[in-house]
Each structure stands twice: as structure tokens, then as C-alpha cells.
Design a protein around this ligand. Structure first.
Ligand code: KIV
Ligand code: NA
Length: 265
């Protein structure tokens, strides 16, 4: 069971083997996901929504991301672990970005970091990579800019935004990113980017013409019922499973079915 490195991901693209990536934010689920054979685990700042219940990804702090990142890293043997740089910890300038990335690497022992944006962050990307830290890019619907977009709808449908996205993708590759996440953009555009670039392109709501897919673990497990964009395939209905288990427990406690004679000392 060989450890997945950025080099392995590059070979996978070369060999046309699709890359499977999921988020995780804690030790217990990261252990299951890693042992199931996932290639990449993203400690996403979607933890802000999924773990903490915030409306957006903006509130989560660097120390909170580090808590999640370190928890995941302690569970993982095989997958490559990517930790998101949260909002406000890299946009100021490239020195701030490097300081934040170094803090994540030192305090989580993760393999790499991810940040959102193209031309605006390319100096920061270069500086982080110069320090020996692998960086993944993220273009298209970048949730840290939700207040600029105003909506979580599909990005880059218009020619101007599509053109900038392609330019940004090239800039990130030239800066040395080992991969890029493309979120919620037309499949045709994502496929074009994946064809033009030599680094792996991982899609979420970006069609099948890319080099791999990523989903939020809790979404694909069906833990929440509210969030159902078109791109989300639910592999389980954990909401129903957990509701059933909890209801059964409540019933057993109330009826003194639990604990039984064999379940006590
Ligand atoms: O934070 C996250 O979960 C992400 C993925 C949706 C790519 O950035
Ligand atoms: Na994210």
C-alpha cells in the first residue's frame, strides 16, 4: 500500500487513471476513507459549513483548520492529504501566505495545501512552493469569494470569465501547482483545461472530462438532506440510517430494553 505523492498523481494523469478525492475533517472518518483506498483526502474549509454549521466558509480560522488537519493526518497511511488555507490567511500578501502555509505544514504534518484564486494569488503560490510546500489551486466557484459572486450558481458560463479561468489555470501550472480543483463550471470548459494542462485537474460539478473527482464526504454519504445540487451523487442515506439508530436507542432506553442483563456488571 504505497503512499500517494504528488508525483503519483502526475503519473495517474499520464496513465489516464482517474483520481478519487474526498473531504474528511476528523480522525475516525479519515481512517475509514483512507483504508477504503481513496487517493487524496482534502481537509476542506467546507469544515466551516459541515462541522461548524456556518453559512459560508469564511469564518473558519487557521487554528481550526489545523485542528481538523492534524486529526486527519493522524488517521491516514496512504492518501495524499491536502489542507485548505482558510479565508484571510493568504490574500494579504505572499509573506502572509507563506507564514500560514508553513504553520499548517508544521502543525498538521499534512502533505500539501490548497488555496483559491488565479492571477491574484500567483505570487503567494510561487513563494509557498519555493519553501518546498506543494500547492493545489482552486478555480471556478471559489466559495471564499461568495460575497463577490452573490450566488453559488455555475461559474464561467460567459466567454470572458471562461477565458480568465483558462489563463488562471495556466498561470497556476507555471507557478508550480501540482494540481487544480475546478468547481461548478461547464463540463466542456473543464475538459478543455484538463487537456491543455499537464497537471491533474480535479472536478466537482465540472463533468467527466477531467482527471479526477472530489466530493464533500458528508454530502455523498447523505448525512444532510437539504443540500442537493445536480453534481452531487448520494452513495448512502446516512441521515435515515442514523435517525433509525438513534430512534431505536431512545425507544430501548424508555422501555428499559437497554441495557439487558448481559449488558451490565
Ligand atoms: O472545502 C472543500 O470541501 C473544497 C472542495 C469542495 C473542493 O474546497
Ligand atoms: Na475549500
Amino acid at each position: 500500500q504505497k503512499k500517494v505523492t504528488t508525483h503519483v498523481l502526475s503519473e495517474m494523469k499520464h496513465n489516464k487513471e482517474k483520481i478519487a478525492m474526498l473531504t474528511a475533517y476528523d480522525y475516525s472518518l479519515a481512517k475509514i476513507v483512507d483504508q477504503a483506498g481513496i487517493d487524496v483526502i482534502l481537509v476542506g474549509d467546507s469544515a466551516s459549513n459541515v462541522m461548524a454549521g456556518w453559512e459560508t466558509t469564511l469564518p473558519i480560522t487557521l487554528d481550526q483548520m489545523i485542528y481538523h488537519g492534524a486529526s486527519v493526518v493522524r488517521a491516514v497511511n496512504r492518501a495524499l492529504v491536502v489542507v485548505d488555507l482558510p479565508f484571510g490567511t493568504y490574500q494579504g500578501n505572499s509573506k502572509e501566505a507563506l507564514t500560514s502555509a508553513i504553520k499548517i505544514m508544521k502543525e498538521t504534518a499534512a502533505d500539501s495545501v490548497k488555496l483559491e484564486g488565479g492571477a491574484e494569488v500567483v505570487e503567494s503560490v510561487k513563494r509557498i512552493i519555493s519553501a518546498g510546500i506543494p500547492v493545489m489551486g482552486h478555480l471556478g466557484l471559489t466559495p471564499q469569494s461568495i460575497h463577490k459572486f452573490g450566488t453559488y450558481t455555475v461559474r464561467a458560463k460567459q466567454e470572458e470569465e471562461a477565458k480568465k479561468l483558462i489563463e488562471d489555470a495556466h498561470l497556476l501550472q507555471e507557478a508550480g501547482c501540482f494540481g487544480i480543483v475546478l468547481e461548478k463550471i461547464p463540463a466542456k470548459l473543464a475538459e478543455q483545461v484538463a487537456k491543455e494542462l499537464t497537471i491533474p485537474i480535479i472536478g466537482i460539478g465540472a463533468g467527466s472530462g477531467v482527471d479526477g473527482q472530489v466530493l464533500v464526504l458528508h454530502d455523498m454519504l447523505g448525512i444532510n438532506q437539504e443540500f442537493s445540487p445536480r453534481f452531487l451523487r448520494r452513495y448512502h442515506n446516512l441521515f435515515a440510517e442514523i435517525t433509525g439508530a438513534v430512534s431505536g436507542y431512545i425507544e430501548d432506553v424508555k422501555s428499559v430494553d437497554f441495557p439487558s442483563d448481559r449488558e451490565q456488571y
